[in-house]
Write a protein that binds this ligand. Sequence first.
Ligand code: ZN
Length: 191
Amino acid sequence: MSVDACPTCGFEWSRVPDEALASRICSGAERLGEVVATGSSAVTSRPLPEVWSPLEYGAHTRDVLLLMRDRIVVALNSENPSFTMMHPDQRVDAGLYRNDTPSLVASDLTTAADLLVRFVGALSDSDLSRPCQYVWPEPETRSIRWMLQQVVHELEHHTADANHGLALNANQSHIETELEPTGESPSGGPT
Ligand SMILES: [Zn+2]
């Protein structure tokens, strides 16, 4: 089965032309960095126990940028290599992001995007077409070009996730504020 669009956000990989890869990676990292850098408690809190905080989404996406840079090196030098999952939840559980702060992750996103984009500028058309086996969203033959399109997708998809988490957390704190004890009894008299 060929999956041409993200089942969640509708992103279509093939709609990112080669000449837009670098600019979309830079602007995507900038936008996600801006969300993370707000640094409020809404950035570091999980809206639900099973949903990552905006900061965790930022850290995950930074790791994607770094990982893809290395995967491209492998795909340039091996015939049709197979890439397995990056163990996203296990990274959180292992404490990989425990010492990450909003300002560090925002800065990391800029650095990681810059490192990847400098590499992209050195790739030829035939480099971009080199094949690899990718397991997500379905096991399929992809290419270095697709992996870079997937970086754009990760940035844009997870920026939406992070913004959604911020909104949920803001709503949650609003509810908590409304329920906060005021020192007055429900009738308004002295307690
Ligand atoms: Zn998506």
